[in-house]
Design a protein around this ligand. Structure first.
Ligand code: NI
Length: 170
């Protein structure tokens, strides 16, 4: 397994649409493991392939409580097949928008269809933090960042802060 470098906004790859995988074969399964390792190394709760420069529809999430064991979920070609009419705000951050957080309003529950690491088709019902995280990561596959859900003013403010940070740490 390997920890991969994470792209930071406004990297152009983060704005591109990712392509479906034909099947979860050994290559994709190994890449999913690298993504899980990368997510943990960065203390994230989710990661999408475009964030490590790979334009394939693959995400990993783990929203386990701090006192609970790790519970990574690996998803290829995830699709939201149902979302609740009920929407609510949830504070989001993103490894590609480091150290910036904002409330985003999304459906509070979703059902996601996907292929797991064994190429088995599965469905997952999620609410709370997991629902938010899945929607955030699936957005990445469509070139959408959480800041794109905010007002232009707020978005630009956050992206400017990130650029400043990056310059300071470069
Ligand atoms: Ni993100």
């Amino acid at each position: 397994m390997a920890v991969l470098p994470i792209l930071v906004a406004p990297h152009p790859v983060l704005k591109q649409k990712a392509k479906p995988v034909a099947a979860v074969d050994a290559r994709v399964a190994a890449f999913m493991n690298d993504m899980v390792e990368t997510m943990y190394a960065a203390n994230g709760i989710g990661l999408a392939a475009p964030q490590v420069g790979v334009l394939e529809r693959i995400i990993v999430v783990d929203v386990h409580e701090k006192d609970q064991p790790r519970n990574p979920i690996r998803l290829a070609n995830p699709e939201i097949i149902w979302s609740s009419e009920d929407k609510g705000p949830c504070e989001e951050g993103c490894l590609s928008v480091p150290e910036q957080y904002a409330d985003v309003i999304r459906p509070v529950a979703v059902r996601v269809r996907y292929l797991d690491e064994t190429n088995t088709r599965r469905e997952l019902d999620a609410d709370g933090m997991l629902a938010t995280c899945l929607q955030h990561e699936i957005d990445h596959l469509n070139g959408v960042l959480f800041v794109d859900h905010l007002s232009l003013l707020k978005r630009n403010m956050i992206l400017r802060k990130v650029q400043k940070q990056q310059k300071a740490s470069a």
